[in-house]
Design a protein around this ligand. Structure first.
Ligand SMILES: [Zn+2]
Length: 184
């Protein structure tokens, strides 16, 4: 039996980056963009606010781009402060790298087990594919415990005994899709 679970964001993650106004390392996206046009060149920033002092930080999205090279759909979304675009850009590795920040997803996601609360553990073999489109770092053993309704210690025991198997390393943090098989 194949089940599908998904790790889904419930809100925007915290941006781990040093505030220029205080010692805080935590910024929150404001949901707004700033677009500056200078002749035919466009600069765009995603604005974030320090969670401690409220100082605004500008995260570079586009730098000195000529207007005609920017898809008009993207410009429309920037001008409209599209909330989905904020989420996409925060998860974009290029944007993260350019602005030197990491994301803190603590409390900003949930596990969607697709309706049925827990796995039907009476079945001999259950295969579960876990999708994680936002690449949120998760601890697989904790996730399996939550989704199956088994105590965490029981999941750890099943992993040790080879009754929960996966091509992924279940003991470390994962931030991508993975599949595991539970054998009773
Ligand atoms: Zn601050």
């Amino acid at each position: 039996m194949l089940k599908s679970w998904a790790v889904v964001p419930t809100c925007l993650p915290i941006i781990n980056r040093r505030c220029h106004g205080c010692a805080s390392q935590r910024l929150r996206a404001s949901g707004k963009f700033r677009v500056n046009a200078n002749h035919k060149l466009i600069d765009t920033w995603l604005l974030a606010l320090c969670t401690e002092c409220g100082e605004t930080a500008k995260l570079t999205v586009l730098e000195r781009m000529t207007v005609r090279t920017i898809p008009s759909e993207l410009l429309d979304r920037l001008h409209a402060n599209d909330p989905g675009l904020t989420a996409e850009l925060l998860q974009d590795p290029d944007v993260q790298h350019r602005n030197r920040f990491a994301l803190d997803w603590t409390g900003a996601w949930r596990l969607d087990t697709g309706g049925s609360d827990h796995l039907d553990l009476d079945l001999d073999v259950i295969e579960v594919e876990v999708r994680n489109a936002a690449r949120i770092p998760v601890r697989p053993a904790r996730l399996i415990a939550e989704g199956s309704g088994l105590p965490r210690a029981e999941v750890d025991r099943l992993i040790t005994e080879g009754k929960v198997v996966s091509a992924a390393r279940l003991s470390s943090r994962l931030s991508g899709d993975f599949t595991f098989t539970l054998k009773r």
